[in-house]
Design a protein around this ligand. Structure first.
Ligand code: HEC
Ligand code: HEC
Length: 322
Protein backbone atom coordinates (compact mmCIF):
# COMPACT_ATOMS: atom_id res chain seq x y z
CA UNK A 1 0.00 0.00 0.00
CA UNK A 2 2.81 2.38 1.03
CA UNK A 3 4.71 1.39 -2.11
CA UNK A 4 1.70 1.98 -4.30
CA UNK A 5 1.30 5.41 -2.75
CA UNK A 6 4.92 6.35 -3.37
CA UNK A 7 4.78 5.17 -6.96
CA UNK A 8 1.65 7.10 -7.70
CA UNK A 9 3.13 10.16 -6.02
CA UNK A 10 6.22 9.78 -8.16
CA UNK A 11 4.19 9.45 -11.35
CA UNK A 12 2.19 12.43 -10.27
CA UNK A 13 5.35 14.48 -9.74
CA UNK A 14 6.63 13.55 -13.20
CA UNK A 15 3.32 14.66 -14.58
CA UNK A 16 3.52 18.00 -12.82
CA UNK A 17 7.00 18.61 -14.15
CA UNK A 18 5.81 17.74 -17.67
CA UNK A 19 2.93 20.18 -17.38
CA UNK A 20 5.20 22.84 -15.98
CA UNK A 21 7.55 22.30 -18.85
CA UNK A 22 4.87 22.76 -21.48
CA UNK A 23 3.51 25.87 -19.84
CA UNK A 24 7.06 27.18 -19.47
CA UNK A 25 7.25 27.46 -23.22
CA UNK A 26 4.02 29.32 -23.58
CA UNK A 27 5.24 31.81 -20.94
CA UNK A 28 8.48 32.11 -22.89
CA UNK A 29 6.73 33.56 -25.86
CA UNK A 30 5.25 36.33 -23.73
CA UNK A 31 8.38 37.52 -22.01
CA UNK A 32 11.27 36.38 -24.17
CA UNK A 33 13.32 35.04 -21.24
CA UNK A 34 13.59 31.48 -20.03
CA UNK A 35 10.94 31.01 -17.39
CA UNK A 36 11.43 27.33 -16.68
CA UNK A 37 13.71 27.91 -13.72
CA UNK A 38 11.45 30.66 -12.53
CA UNK A 39 8.46 28.38 -12.65
CA UNK A 40 10.14 25.71 -10.58
CA UNK A 41 11.26 28.44 -8.26
CA UNK A 42 7.71 29.78 -8.17
CA UNK A 43 6.19 26.44 -7.47
CA UNK A 44 7.69 26.28 -4.03
CA UNK A 45 6.17 29.56 -2.83
CA UNK A 46 2.80 28.56 -4.31
CA UNK A 47 2.90 25.23 -2.51
CA UNK A 48 3.88 27.04 0.62
CA UNK A 49 0.99 29.40 0.22
CA UNK A 50 -1.47 26.59 -0.45
CA UNK A 51 -0.36 25.01 2.78
CA UNK A 52 -1.19 28.23 4.62
CA UNK A 53 2.15 30.00 4.92
CA UNK A 54 2.45 33.69 4.08
CA UNK A 55 4.66 34.91 1.27
CA UNK A 56 7.08 37.81 1.65
CA UNK A 57 6.35 41.11 -0.08
CA UNK A 58 9.10 43.08 -1.73
CA UNK A 59 7.89 46.60 -2.38
CA UNK A 60 11.33 48.15 -2.96
CA UNK A 61 11.40 48.50 -6.75
CA UNK A 62 10.77 52.00 -8.16
CA UNK A 63 7.18 52.50 -9.22
CA UNK A 64 6.53 52.88 -12.93
CA UNK A 65 5.14 56.29 -13.98
CA UNK A 66 1.38 56.68 -13.95
CA UNK A 67 0.60 57.68 -17.54
CA UNK A 68 -1.46 56.56 -20.53
CA UNK A 69 1.14 54.00 -21.62
CA UNK A 70 1.25 52.44 -18.14
CA UNK A 71 -2.53 52.21 -17.97
CA UNK A 72 -2.59 50.50 -21.33
CA UNK A 73 -0.18 47.79 -20.18
CA UNK A 74 -2.08 47.53 -16.88
CA UNK A 75 -5.25 46.94 -18.83
CA UNK A 76 -3.66 44.15 -20.86
CA UNK A 77 -2.46 42.39 -17.71
CA UNK A 78 -5.86 42.82 -16.10
CA UNK A 79 -7.75 41.42 -19.08
CA UNK A 80 -5.41 38.43 -19.28
CA UNK A 81 -5.21 37.52 -15.59
CA UNK A 82 -7.90 39.19 -13.53
CA UNK A 83 -10.98 39.73 -15.71
CA UNK A 84 -11.95 36.04 -15.65
CA UNK A 85 -13.05 36.61 -12.04
CA UNK A 86 -13.27 40.37 -11.50
CA UNK A 87 -14.98 40.99 -14.86
CA UNK A 88 -13.90 42.94 -17.94
CA UNK A 89 -15.63 46.02 -16.47
CA UNK A 90 -14.25 45.42 -12.98
CA UNK A 91 -17.72 44.71 -11.62
CA UNK A 92 -16.84 41.33 -10.10
CA UNK A 93 -18.94 39.49 -12.68
CA UNK A 94 -16.27 37.57 -14.58
CA UNK A 95 -17.18 34.21 -16.18
CA UNK A 96 -15.63 32.20 -13.29
CA UNK A 97 -17.25 34.23 -10.51
CA UNK A 98 -20.15 31.78 -10.32
CA UNK A 99 -17.80 28.97 -9.21
CA UNK A 100 -16.82 30.68 -6.01
CA UNK A 101 -18.59 30.96 -2.71
CA UNK A 102 -16.46 33.93 -1.77
CA UNK A 103 -17.07 36.24 -4.72
CA UNK A 104 -14.43 38.32 -6.49
CA UNK A 105 -14.37 42.01 -5.54
CA UNK A 106 -16.40 44.51 -7.54
CA UNK A 107 -13.82 47.23 -8.13
CA UNK A 108 -16.37 49.83 -9.25
CA UNK A 109 -17.48 50.35 -5.63
CA UNK A 110 -13.94 50.70 -4.29
CA UNK A 111 -14.85 48.84 -1.08
CA UNK A 112 -11.69 47.09 -0.04
CA UNK A 113 -11.42 44.76 2.93
CA UNK A 114 -7.70 44.49 3.50
CA UNK A 115 -6.29 47.90 4.27
CA UNK A 116 -3.96 49.77 6.59
CA UNK A 117 -6.39 52.72 6.55
CA UNK A 118 -9.37 53.49 8.85
CA UNK A 119 -12.83 51.95 8.41
CA UNK A 120 -14.57 53.18 5.26
CA UNK A 121 -11.35 54.59 3.74
CA UNK A 122 -9.71 53.57 0.47
CA UNK A 123 -6.70 51.25 0.61
CA UNK A 124 -3.20 52.57 -0.10
CA UNK A 125 -1.37 51.38 -3.22
CA UNK A 126 0.90 49.42 -0.90
CA UNK A 127 -2.15 47.62 0.56
CA UNK A 128 -3.22 46.55 -2.93
CA UNK A 129 0.32 45.50 -3.75
CA UNK A 130 0.35 43.33 -0.65
CA UNK A 131 -2.96 41.64 -1.50
CA UNK A 132 -1.81 40.87 -5.04
CA UNK A 133 1.57 39.59 -3.83
CA UNK A 134 0.35 37.52 -0.90
CA UNK A 135 -3.11 36.45 -2.06
CA UNK A 136 -6.01 35.83 0.32
CA UNK A 137 -5.90 32.40 1.96
CA UNK A 138 -8.88 30.12 1.49
CA UNK A 139 -10.20 32.15 -1.46
CA UNK A 140 -9.68 32.07 -5.22
CA UNK A 141 -7.51 35.18 -4.88
CA UNK A 142 -4.12 33.51 -5.18
CA UNK A 143 -0.77 35.29 -4.85
CA UNK A 144 0.22 36.49 -8.33
CA UNK A 145 3.67 34.96 -8.52
CA UNK A 146 3.72 35.26 -12.32
CA UNK A 147 3.71 39.07 -12.17
CA UNK A 148 6.86 41.07 -11.48
CA UNK A 149 6.74 44.17 -9.27
CA UNK A 150 6.39 46.56 -12.17
CA UNK A 151 3.48 44.54 -13.63
CA UNK A 152 1.80 44.57 -10.21
CA UNK A 153 1.97 48.37 -10.04
CA UNK A 154 0.57 48.68 -13.57
CA UNK A 155 -2.40 46.43 -12.82
CA UNK A 156 -3.01 48.39 -9.59
CA UNK A 157 -3.08 51.67 -11.54
CA UNK A 158 -5.58 50.07 -13.86
CA UNK A 159 -7.98 48.63 -11.24
CA UNK A 160 -8.11 52.04 -9.57
CA UNK A 161 -9.57 53.50 -12.78
CA UNK A 162 -12.74 51.45 -12.22
CA UNK A 163 -13.83 53.89 -9.52
CA UNK A 164 -13.81 57.70 -9.34
CA UNK A 165 -13.29 57.53 -5.58
CA UNK A 166 -9.58 57.09 -6.07
CA UNK A 167 -9.37 60.37 -7.97
CA UNK A 168 -11.63 62.33 -5.64
CA UNK A 169 -10.76 60.61 -2.37
CA UNK A 170 -8.55 62.22 0.26
CA UNK A 171 -5.42 60.45 1.37
CA UNK A 172 -6.30 58.51 4.51
CA UNK A 173 -3.97 58.17 7.49
CA UNK A 174 -2.06 54.89 7.63
CA UNK A 175 -2.33 52.77 10.75
CA UNK A 176 0.90 51.12 11.90
CA UNK A 177 0.72 48.27 14.42
CA UNK A 178 2.70 49.09 17.60
CA UNK A 179 5.76 47.19 18.80
CA UNK A 180 4.91 44.60 21.47
CA UNK A 181 6.00 45.52 25.02
CA UNK A 182 4.88 42.36 26.83
CA UNK A 183 5.67 38.69 26.33
CA UNK A 184 3.43 36.82 23.92
CA UNK A 185 2.07 34.70 26.81
CA UNK A 186 1.00 37.84 28.63
CA UNK A 187 -0.64 39.14 25.48
CA UNK A 188 -2.49 35.87 24.87
CA UNK A 189 -3.92 35.99 28.42
CA UNK A 190 -4.93 39.62 28.15
CA UNK A 191 -6.26 38.97 24.64
CA UNK A 192 -8.70 36.33 25.90
CA UNK A 193 -10.21 39.00 28.17
CA UNK A 194 -10.36 41.54 25.35
CA UNK A 195 -12.06 38.93 23.12
CA UNK A 196 -14.70 38.59 25.81
CA UNK A 197 -15.09 42.29 26.59
CA UNK A 198 -15.37 43.28 22.91
CA UNK A 199 -17.93 40.49 22.34
CA UNK A 200 -15.96 38.96 19.47
CA UNK A 201 -17.62 35.68 20.51
CA UNK A 202 -21.03 36.88 19.34
CA UNK A 203 -19.85 36.12 15.84
CA UNK A 204 -16.62 34.14 16.15
CA UNK A 205 -17.88 31.89 18.97
CA UNK A 206 -16.65 31.43 22.56
CA UNK A 207 -13.96 28.99 21.45
CA UNK A 208 -13.25 30.73 18.14
CA UNK A 209 -14.92 28.15 15.88
CA UNK A 210 -16.88 30.85 14.02
CA UNK A 211 -20.13 29.64 15.59
CA UNK A 212 -21.29 32.59 17.71
CA UNK A 213 -24.99 33.32 18.14
CA UNK A 214 -24.99 35.88 15.31
CA UNK A 215 -22.89 33.73 12.98
CA UNK A 216 -25.71 32.31 10.83
CA UNK A 217 -27.50 35.56 10.17
CA UNK A 218 -24.71 37.74 8.85
CA UNK A 219 -24.77 39.37 5.41
CA UNK A 220 -22.17 41.49 3.68
CA UNK A 221 -22.87 44.82 1.92
CA UNK A 222 -23.66 42.91 -1.27
CA UNK A 223 -26.41 41.06 0.65
CA UNK A 224 -24.63 37.74 0.45
CA UNK A 225 -24.50 35.52 3.51
CA UNK A 226 -21.05 35.72 5.13
CA UNK A 227 -19.45 33.55 7.81
CA UNK A 228 -17.27 34.91 10.61
CA UNK A 229 -13.76 33.44 10.41
CA UNK A 230 -13.26 30.09 12.13
CA UNK A 231 -9.98 30.80 13.91
CA UNK A 232 -9.42 27.15 14.80
CA UNK A 233 -9.79 25.57 11.38
CA UNK A 234 -8.83 28.20 8.84
CA UNK A 235 -5.77 30.16 7.95
CA UNK A 236 -6.82 33.80 8.09
CA UNK A 237 -7.26 35.32 4.64
CA UNK A 238 -4.64 37.88 5.40
CA UNK A 239 -2.21 35.42 6.99
CA UNK A 240 -1.32 34.70 10.60
CA UNK A 241 1.21 37.46 11.34
CA UNK A 242 0.40 39.57 14.39
CA UNK A 243 0.62 42.77 12.34
CA UNK A 244 -1.90 41.50 9.82
CA UNK A 245 -4.37 40.41 12.50
CA UNK A 246 -3.83 43.78 14.19
CA UNK A 247 -4.76 45.64 11.00
CA UNK A 248 -7.95 43.61 10.61
CA UNK A 249 -9.12 44.43 14.13
CA UNK A 250 -7.98 48.07 14.03
CA UNK A 251 -9.31 48.93 10.56
CA UNK A 252 -12.23 46.51 10.07
CA UNK A 253 -13.04 44.81 6.79
CA UNK A 254 -15.04 47.25 4.63
CA UNK A 255 -18.22 45.76 3.20
CA UNK A 256 -18.48 43.08 5.91
CA UNK A 257 -19.90 42.86 9.47
CA UNK A 258 -16.28 42.79 10.73
CA UNK A 259 -16.09 46.31 12.18
CA UNK A 260 -13.11 48.42 13.19
CA UNK A 261 -12.34 48.37 16.92
CA UNK A 262 -9.93 51.31 16.80
CA UNK A 263 -12.16 53.61 18.83
CA UNK A 264 -13.38 50.92 21.23
CA UNK A 265 -10.11 49.20 22.20
CA UNK A 266 -6.66 50.60 23.03
CA UNK A 267 -3.68 49.77 20.83
CA UNK A 268 -2.41 47.41 23.50
CA UNK A 269 -5.77 45.64 23.69
CA UNK A 270 -5.90 45.20 19.92
CA UNK A 271 -2.38 43.79 20.02
CA UNK A 272 -3.41 41.40 22.79
CA UNK A 273 -6.48 40.26 20.85
CA UNK A 274 -4.21 39.61 17.86
CA UNK A 275 -1.93 37.35 19.90
CA UNK A 276 -4.95 35.57 21.32
CA UNK A 277 -6.39 34.89 17.87
CA UNK A 278 -3.08 33.62 16.58
CA UNK A 279 -2.88 31.26 19.56
CA UNK A 280 -6.08 29.59 18.29
CA UNK A 281 -4.71 28.93 14.79
CA UNK A 282 -4.41 25.36 13.49
CA UNK A 283 -1.03 23.68 13.56
CA UNK A 284 0.71 24.29 10.22
CA UNK A 285 2.65 20.99 10.24
CA UNK A 286 -0.55 18.93 10.21
CA UNK A 287 -2.14 21.16 7.61
CA UNK A 288 0.63 20.45 5.13
CA UNK A 289 0.05 16.68 5.36
CA UNK A 290 -3.72 16.96 5.22
CA UNK A 291 -3.42 19.27 2.28
CA UNK A 292 -1.32 16.78 0.30
CA UNK A 293 -3.59 13.86 0.92
CA UNK A 294 -7.02 15.30 0.48
CA UNK A 295 -7.85 17.36 -2.58
CA UNK A 296 -10.34 20.12 -2.01
CA UNK A 297 -13.94 19.60 -3.19
CA UNK A 298 -14.12 22.58 -5.51
CA UNK A 299 -11.40 21.17 -7.72
CA UNK A 300 -12.46 22.59 -11.05
CA UNK A 301 -12.15 26.21 -10.12
CA UNK A 302 -8.71 25.61 -8.64
CA UNK A 303 -7.51 23.98 -11.82
CA UNK A 304 -8.53 26.87 -14.00
CA UNK A 305 -6.90 29.45 -11.82
CA UNK A 306 -3.51 27.83 -11.74
CA UNK A 307 -3.65 27.31 -15.44
CA UNK A 308 -4.18 31.01 -15.88
CA UNK A 309 -0.95 31.80 -14.12
CA UNK A 310 0.97 29.62 -16.53
CA UNK A 311 1.49 27.01 -13.82
CA UNK A 312 -0.84 24.08 -13.78
CA UNK A 313 -1.26 22.08 -10.61
CA UNK A 314 -3.31 18.92 -10.55
CA UNK A 315 -4.65 16.41 -8.05
CA UNK A 316 -3.41 16.95 -4.51
CA UNK A 317 -2.22 20.43 -5.27
CA UNK A 318 -5.75 21.62 -5.68
CA UNK A 319 -6.68 24.30 -3.21
CA UNK A 320 -9.93 24.98 -1.43
CA UNK A 321 -12.31 27.58 -2.79
CA UNK A 322 -14.89 27.97 -0.12
C1 HEC B 1 -9.91 33.04 -9.75
C2 HEC B 1 -10.55 34.27 -9.39
C3 HEC B 1 -9.72 35.50 -9.21
C4 HEC B 1 -8.78 36.02 -10.07
C5 HEC B 1 -8.33 35.47 -11.39
C6 HEC B 1 -8.32 37.24 -9.45
N1 HEC B 1 -8.97 37.46 -8.26
FE1 HEC B 1 -8.76 39.09 -7.07
N2 HEC B 1 -10.17 38.34 -5.82
C7 HEC B 1 -10.83 37.15 -5.98
C8 HEC B 1 -11.73 36.94 -4.89
C9 HEC B 1 -12.65 35.75 -4.69
C10 HEC B 1 -11.60 38.06 -4.04
C11 HEC B 1 -12.39 38.35 -2.77
C12 HEC B 1 -11.80 37.73 -1.52
C13 HEC B 1 -12.59 38.11 -0.30
O1 HEC B 1 -13.52 38.89 -0.37
O2 HEC B 1 -12.25 37.62 0.75
C14 HEC B 1 -10.62 38.93 -4.67
C15 HEC B 1 -10.23 40.16 -4.17
C16 HEC B 1 -9.32 41.00 -4.76
C17 HEC B 1 -8.95 42.30 -4.27
C18 HEC B 1 -9.58 42.99 -3.09
C19 HEC B 1 -8.85 42.90 -1.78
C20 HEC B 1 -9.57 43.69 -0.72
O3 HEC B 1 -8.88 44.33 0.07
O4 HEC B 1 -10.80 43.70 -0.63
C21 HEC B 1 -8.01 42.82 -5.13
C22 HEC B 1 -7.31 44.15 -5.03
C23 HEC B 1 -7.81 41.83 -6.17
N3 HEC B 1 -8.61 40.74 -5.92
C24 HEC B 1 -6.96 42.01 -7.23
C25 HEC B 1 -6.80 41.08 -8.24
C26 HEC B 1 -5.89 41.27 -9.37
C27 HEC B 1 -5.06 42.49 -9.59
C28 HEC B 1 -6.01 40.15 -10.13
C29 HEC B 1 -5.24 39.83 -11.40
C30 HEC B 1 -3.81 39.95 -11.33
C31 HEC B 1 -6.98 39.28 -9.50
N4 HEC B 1 -7.43 39.87 -8.37
C32 HEC B 1 -7.36 38.06 -10.01
C33 HEC B 1 -10.68 36.27 -7.03
C34 HEC B 1 -9.83 36.42 -8.08
C1 HEC C 1 -20.78 41.14 13.93
C2 HEC C 1 -19.95 39.97 13.76
C3 HEC C 1 -18.49 40.07 14.11
C4 HEC C 1 -17.91 40.47 15.29
C5 HEC C 1 -18.61 40.96 16.55
C6 HEC C 1 -16.49 40.31 15.12
N1 HEC C 1 -16.21 39.82 13.88
FE1 HEC C 1 -14.37 39.34 13.17
N2 HEC C 1 -15.19 38.78 11.40
C7 HEC C 1 -16.54 38.79 11.12
C8 HEC C 1 -16.73 38.32 9.76
C9 HEC C 1 -18.07 38.16 9.05
C10 HEC C 1 -15.46 38.01 9.24
C11 HEC C 1 -15.14 37.50 7.85
C12 HEC C 1 -14.96 38.63 6.87
C13 HEC C 1 -14.50 38.15 5.52
O1 HEC C 1 -13.92 37.09 5.43
O2 HEC C 1 -14.73 38.86 4.55
C14 HEC C 1 -14.52 38.30 10.32
C15 HEC C 1 -13.16 38.10 10.21
C16 HEC C 1 -12.24 38.31 11.23
C17 HEC C 1 -10.84 38.05 11.14
C18 HEC C 1 -10.13 37.39 9.98
C19 HEC C 1 -9.48 38.32 8.97
C20 HEC C 1 -8.78 37.52 7.89
O3 HEC C 1 -7.63 37.83 7.57
O4 HEC C 1 -9.38 36.57 7.38
C21 HEC C 1 -10.29 38.40 12.36
C22 HEC C 1 -8.83 38.30 12.75
C23 HEC C 1 -11.36 38.89 13.17
N3 HEC C 1 -12.53 38.83 12.46
C24 HEC C 1 -11.19 39.32 14.47
C25 HEC C 1 -12.22 39.76 15.28
C26 HEC C 1 -12.05 40.24 16.64
C27 HEC C 1 -10.75 40.25 17.39
C28 HEC C 1 -13.28 40.63 17.08
C29 HEC C 1 -13.61 41.29 18.40
C30 HEC C 1 -12.79 42.42 18.78
C31 HEC C 1 -14.22 40.37 16.01
N4 HEC C 1 -13.56 39.85 14.95
C32 HEC C 1 -15.56 40.63 16.08
C33 HEC C 1 -17.56 39.17 11.95
C34 HEC C 1 -17.40 39.66 13.24
Amino acid sequence: MELYKSISFLLFSVFIVAVLFSSAFSEDKQSGESKFDDLIHNMRPMEKWLAGFSLPVNISEPWPPLDEASLKVGRTIYQARCAVCHGVKGDGKGPRAGDMKIKPRDFTEAKYKFRSTPAGALPTDADLFKTISRGLHGTAMVPWLGLNNSQKWLVIYYIKTFSDYFEDGEKAEVITPPEPVKSSDEYVKLGAKVYDKAKCHECHGKEGYGDGMKADKLKDDWLRPIKPMNFRKRILKRGLEINEIYLTIATGLNGTPMASYASFLTEDEILAASYFIRSLAPDMETRVTVHRQRPAPDALAGLRIDHMQGIRFRGPLMFPLR
